[in-house]
Design a protein around this ligand. Structure first.
Ligand code: HEM
Length: 172
């Protein structure tokens, strides 16, 4: 085999391997994002409506959930650069934009998830800057709830009539 071809083949196999692992990781990571967000939202509404003090624990929950969302964003961005599906979307845009599955990941999913994570980031920053405990809980309760709803609506659930993907993918 020609040396150049062999090298090209090695790079392709390597990229494909990295792609399948990051895809599985991104799929799995949702199960950290979702329960984390639910827990943070529960504490925020309870604190706000129940007039509780905003503890160090609440502050840690605010920070950790936003960080988990950011890690998922980074995994998603990595996928955007190496996914063969996205590569097809970007290179054959005119045809690909009419294919639901491809357009979903190329546009709707990526853009809406980015928006959802930006909403959570704003909520976290606003809550941090507020001075009273009630204002902190209120900011977290509202921004995090909206952010989670945007995320939930744009996950390719197995039961989704639009685009469905499995609940779990094996990592190895
Ligand atoms: C909380 C945020 C997010 C969640 C819960 C989430 C969830 C998912 C899930 C469940 C899949 C299907 C994985 C599979 O096929 O098993 C997926 C695929 C994908 N996501 Fe996300 N995602 C999020 C954010 C993002 C962001 C911000 C981007 C890009 C900027 C992104 C880009 C992608 C891409 C490119 C694919 C796969 C396309 C392919 O099949 O090659 N995701 N995501």
């Amino acid at each position: 085999m020609h040396a150049g071809n062999a090298q090209h083949r090695t790079i392709l196999i390597f990229t494909n391997n990295v792609y399948t692992h990051i895809l599985a990781l991104h799929s799995l990571f949702r199960w950290l994002v979702l329960p984390g967000m639910l827990f943070a939202i529960f504490r925020a509404w309870r604190g706000w409506l129940g007039n509780r003090p905003f503890s160090r624990h609440d502050n840690a929950v605010r920070f950790i959930t936003a960080t988990i969302a950011h890690i998922q964003l980074i995994l998603g961005l990595c996928l955007y650069f190496i996914s063969p599906l996205i590569s097809y979307f970007l290179h054959e845009y005119k045809d690909a934009v009419h294919q639901r599955q491809v357009r979903f990941f190329g546009m709707e999913h990526s853009l809406m998830m980015l928006i959802g994570i930006v909403i959570i980031t704003i909520g976290s920053a606003v809550a941090k800057r507020k001075t009273t405990d009630q204002q902190k809980f209120k900011a977290m309760a509202i921004w995090y709830t909206i952010g989670l709803l945007v995320i939930l609506l744009n996950i390719p659930w197995p039961f989704s009539p639009l685009v469905s993907r499995p609940y779990f993918r094996l990592l190895f």
